[in-house]
Design a protein around this ligand. Structure first.
Ligand SMILES: *[C@@H]1O[C@H](CO)[C@@H](O)[C@H](O)[C@H]1NC(C)=O
Length: 278
């Protein structure tokens, strides 16, 4: 049963949504955390916060079946150990698809980890992790997902970090039938996030806050159960030569974990997508 306090919180967050007009207001709902999720500057800036009691999150009103999504994020500054800022696309249900960006906080001066994963029909275990080539807490940077029938591209400021190709021809699941919503949240996961759980959240630093702006979805939204797409330049996008070079640069210099090279984890051999055919 919903408590009076959460009802109040709901009314309060509804009031905040109704009181502004802008990007975030039109495109998103505050999903949880009550007034810890705040819309500022006429809805152009969204700030999520986390305290000892709760984190917060928002979700897109629309569902998409294929999308090019850009969002600018400024991550929790200072001692952000134990905090996780997640930004992902996900469908519903047990055999869901999901395209995940997660930013794992750290002690002041220690680097953030960008954690990526992919679920296809409920199956995940496809983690790759990266460092960034800049401090993601001092300025806004653009984090993008291109999701089309051929591939999924994760990129930062236009530089690709990771590409997952459609390899259905060799029996690897690919998300192409289930519409997804965009979600973002800030919460504490200090049992695993920072140095495998060794470093805990320092609640004396709370509230922690991450900021979002310039959301842009050039997407095939689901309208009345139908995907309405039109012609989108990114729909057939694959990496051009320059982007392939950039991807190699990131993977050589900034990748810190790749499930496809983790022999301890896959003693019986790697999943099929780890040995691309082309
Ligand atoms: C935090 O910093 C330590 C020390 O540099 C590093 O080993 C770790 O990978 C960093 N990130 C996380 C999320 O633990």
């Amino acid at each position: 049963m919903a408590s009076f306090a959460s009802l109040l919180g709901f009314l309060f967050s509804s009031f905040i949504i109704a009181a502004y007009a802008g990007n975030f207001v039109q495109d998103f709902d505050i999903a949880w955390g009550d007034s810890r999720a705040k819309l500022l500057n006429n809805g152009e800036l969204l700030v999520l916060s986390l305290d000892r009691v709760s984190g917060s999150g928002f979700q897109s009103k629309s569902e998409y079946l294929f999308a090019k999504i850009d969002m600018q994020l400024k991550l929790v500054p200072g001692n952000s150990a134990g905090t996780v800022t997640a930004y992902y696309l996900s469908s519903q249900g047990a055999s869901h698809d999901e395209i995940d960006f997660e930013f794992l906080g750290n002690l002041s001066g220690d680097p953030y980890t960008v954690h990526t994963n992919l679920y296809t029909q409920g199956k995940a275990d496809r983690e790759q992790q990266f460092r960034l080539w800049f401090d993601p807490t001092t300025d806004f940077h653009t984090y993008s997902i291109v999701w089309n029938p051929h591939c999924i591209i994760f990129s930062v400021d236009g530089t690709p970090l990771r590409v997952f190709k459609n390899m259905e021809s060799i029996g690897v699941g690919y998300p192409k039938d289930q519409p997804m919503r965009l979600y973002s949240s800030l919460w504490s996961a200090d049992d695993w996030a920072t140095r495998g759980g060794l470093v805990k959240t320092d609640w004396a630093q709370a509230p922690f806050a991450a900021s979002y702006r310039n959301f842009n979805a050039d997407a095939c939204a689901i309208v009345n159960g139908q995907s309405s797409c039109g012609s989108k330049p990114w729909f057939s996008q694959e990496l051009d030569l320059t982007s392939q070079e950039r991807l190699k640069w990131v993977q050589n210099n900034y990748m810190i974990y790749n499930y496809c090279t983790d022999t301890k984890r896959f003693p019986q051999g790697f999943p099929p997508e780890c040995t691309p055919t082309n």
